[in-house]
Design a protein. Structure first.
Length: 461
């Protein structure tokens, strides 16, 4: 065993110092190995096992004593098949044979056959110590079946090992397992093994330098930086994802060209040579009035579409354009359609016109000749339709207070109804009735009573 081990170690040293190495990776998910194994009962502290001087053995006692305690044969005795699961774990199937000639330091009169088959999970310690290019240590946990002589027993396995990659996909695997036999405690043992291993499984069908298991386009040769996929127009976008695979384009537009770089594909850009707005199909709008420059009569000054992009004329500069301004030469607020807001003058005009509207005694009927006054009042109210108006009804003193109060209300309503019929908004009116309580002339004369039978109009805002 010493001679075989020394030759193996020497071979390994020569290989590792004279060749390039390559770490294990998922490109080669399968592993196969052939090697030798040795079984040691002495170092596991079996009850009743004694040392040469009669003492109880202890754990790991003479762990490396190959000559006195190891059982081995000088021929390949172990087969290993491993499969990569992920960066943390591999699953490994193994089988080995051996010949047991000594139990601890006791020589057996008759050797026992040894057969073992296991399924183990190996946890990669590179996750703890950091990745290396050639050194892959691992922790073993698993189970199997051991047959020693005529007795078989299920076993629990635990241990340590490492793979050393020495040349491309070639390496060596060194490991030690503790095997706890549940049905045969006196035969629990360490099994040490040394194997030559080979990784296999990676392919590159299209010959582009990207392994098939990492190649997004394994049937078509492509670029490594694009996961093995082709890029015919060399714009950095794989053809499969490129909406315009034969024309150089931008990533923002999924490989399609944008000559003016405005975010609109040339195919859909109405102004492909001038940078514009995506909202306007790629055409520019310098004054931002929503009209593209080529259709804007005043491209540098904002204006409405109705005036071909030019600003509307506002002669009196009151903020109301002439076509909406009812007083184009006199500035006024927008709320008054561009006309001066002369409430006092308006209230005087309304009062004068209303003062001439008189009613027949005891009724809400006004003389027909006053309709012209009411029509003028309606026109003024329509012009100033943003204002609110108070219509007050009054009577002379003839009749009772109650009947006069009701009569004055009817007279105010009569006037409101007439004005509404002439286009004035009904919502602009408020009505109050005062009956005989607010005379403006003497009720002792016919002329005075006629003046008291009236309505008054006032502006309330």
């Amino acid at each position: 065993m010493n001679t075989l081990l020394k030759k193996t170690i020497l071979f390994f040293v020569i290989i590792i110092t004279s060749t390039s190495v390559r770490s294990q990776d998922k490109e080669n998910p399968w592993l196969i190995g052939f090697g030798i194994n040795a079984v040691d009962f002495y170092s596991v502290n079996i009850s009743g096992m004694k040392t040469d001087i009669g003492l109880e053995t202890v754990w790991f006692d003479q762990f490396f004593n190959l000559n006195n305690h190891y059982n081995y044969v000088t021929a390949p005795t172990k087969l290993t098949i491993g499969r990569y699961i992920n960066k943390n774990f591999n699953v490994v199937l193994s089988a080995s044979i051996n010949k047991i000639t000594q139990w601890g330091n006791v020589k057996l009169n008759n050797s026992l056959s040894y057969f073992q088959t296991d399924i183990n999970f190996n946890y990669d310690l590179n996750n703890v110590i950091g990745e290396t290019s050639w050194f892959d240590p691992y922790v073993i946990i698993g189970g199997g079946v051991n047959i020693i002589g005529s007795k078989s027993s299920p076993a629990f396995n635990g241990g340590l090992g490492t793979k050393l990659w020495v040349y491309k996909n070639w390496g060596v695997n060194i490991q030690t397992e503790y095997k706890h036999l549940f049905d045969n405690d006196k035969y629990r043992h360490f099994q040490h093994s040394f194997s030559i291993v080979y990784k296999l499984g990676s392919h590159d069908k299209d010959g582009d330098g990207v392994k098939d298991n990492e190649d997004n386009c394994p049937e078509i040769a492509g670029l490594k930086e694009l996961g093995g996929c082709p890029d015919a127009d060399q714009d950095g976008i794989p053809d499969a994802d490129d909406l315009c695979p034969t024309v150089y384009g931008t990533k923002a537009l999924k490989g399609c060209p944008d000559t003016d770089n405005d975010g609109v594909r040339d195919k859909y850009d109405k102004c492909p040579l001038v940078k514009g707005s995506p909202k306007l199909n790629g055409c520019p709008d310098f004054d931002r009035d929503g009209i593209i420059d080529m259709k804007d009569a005043c491209p540098k000054i904002p204006g409405p579409i109705s005036n071909n992009g030019c600003p509307e004329v506002d002669t009196d500069l009151d903020g109301v354009i002439d076509k909406l301004d009812k007083c184009k030469l006199k500035p006024g607020p927008i709320s008054n359609n561009g006309c001066p807001d002369n409430k006092k003058e308006l209230e005087v005009k309304l009062a004068v016109l209303a003062s001439d509207i008189l009613f027949l005694p005891g009724t809400d009927i006004f003389y027909a000749k006053y309709e012209n006054n009411l029509n003028q009042i309606a026109e003024l109210m329509r012009t100033y339709n943003h204002l609110k108006f108070l219509i007050e009804g009054h009577t002379d003193r003839i009749g009772t207070e109650e009947s006069n109060l009701e009569l004055s209300l009817r007279r105010a309503n009569k006037i409101v109804n007439y004005l509404v019929s002439r286009g004035v908004n009904k919502e602009n009116f408020t009505i109050k009735s005062f009956g005989e309580t607010k005379p403006i002339a003497s009720n002792d004369t016919k002329e005075g009573r006629a003046k008291n039978r009236r309505v008054e109009i006032k502006i309330v805002n």
